[in-house]
Design a protein around this ligand. Structure first.
Ligand code: NDP
Length: 251
């Protein structure tokens, strides 16, 4: 029997921030496609257990690991625990965990800037530089950036925009560094996606929907589909790319 090109049976994956939102959708879909998936979370232990149970319900395997990426030591320890739990093998890394905190120049508190740098930039850096020591040749690194990796289309987002531009920069550098090992590295850049961080109800949501050509928020599973495609053997010639999934927002 030939396996489907999107099939991930036998692969192992680590998703950071897999307890809720886009990360949880990635865990579920990668597990559904056959991968064994470890994921980290910081605060949402109950939701993390639900993600584990959802995977088990369709015969998949997901493993929850508590690791606050804001602390480099804990980020490194989280990767080590995940790799242990995955039997020492890692094929796919999805750097998803991130926070968005907005405020105009002069108004954004320094600790808010530092938190975003810790999680969105240093968290990705320490996770990846640790994981890459065991990542299999031919493996995949998928960084969840944002449409803010391309443009900063609203005021008050210089700090978040800076962190997501940094993600795109790491992607391009690592794509070159890891090409000899046939490891691909890409940034998925979501537009507005309906999660706890960006609810699709309310006045703010209406203003966002009005400027999205497709007229709606995206759903976490739609981002997960792109992540799972990039994780598959179908995407072997895509590396160093920033791929928008934004309903046409930046068109
Ligand atoms: P959510 O707030 O819904 O979920 C965030 C996830 O990241 C949770 O599982 C959370 O776990 C985890 N997380 C947050 N901080 C930490 C930390 N310090 N250590 C470990 N895990 C952490 O966010 P989204 O799903 O919306 O966002 C996911 C990614 O997508 C982010 O990188 C975000 O910037 C990006 N993005 C989102 C968009 C959107 O519109 N939703 C648009 C563009 C990009 P816990 O609850 O356990 O702390």
């Amino acid at each position: 029997m030939t396996s489907h090109i999107l099939d991930l049976t036998g692969k192992t994956a680590l998703v950071t921030g897999g307890s809720r939102g886009i990360g949880a959708a990635c865990v579920s879909l990668l597990a559904e496609r056959g991968a064994t998936v470890a994921f980290t979370y910081a605060k949402s232990a109950e939701q993390a257990e639900e993600v584990v149970a959802r995977a088990a319900a369709f015969g998949g395997k997901a493993i929850a690991i508590s690791a606050d990426l804001a602390d480099p030591m804990k980020a490194v320890a989280g990767v080590e625990k995940a790799v242990d739990a995955l039997g020492g093998r890692l094929d796919i890394l999805v750097n998803n965990a991130g926070v968005a905190e907005h405020g105009s120049i002069g108004a954004l508190a320094n600790d808010t800037l530092e938190r975003q740098l810790d999680i969105n930039v240093r968290g990705v850096w320490y996770t990846t530089t640790t994981a890459v020591a065991v990542l299999a040749d031919g493996g995949r690194i998928i960084n969840i950036g944002s449409f803010f990796s391309e443009r900063v289309p609203f005021p008050g987002s210089s700090a978040y925009g800076m962190t997501k531009h940094a993600v795109a920069g790491m992607t391009k550098g690592w794509a070159r560094d890891l090409a000899a090992r046939k490891i691909t590295v890409n940034t998925v850049e979501p537009g507005p996606i309906a999660t706890d961080a960006n609810p699709e109800e309310g006045e703010r949501a209406k203003r966002i929907q009005a400027v999205v050509p497709l007229g709606r928020f995206g759903q976490p599973h739609e981002v997960a589909e792109l992540v799972a495609f990039l994780a598959s053997s179908a995407a072997g010639y895509i590396t160093g790319a920033n791929i928008l999934i934004d309903g046409g927002l930046l068109a």
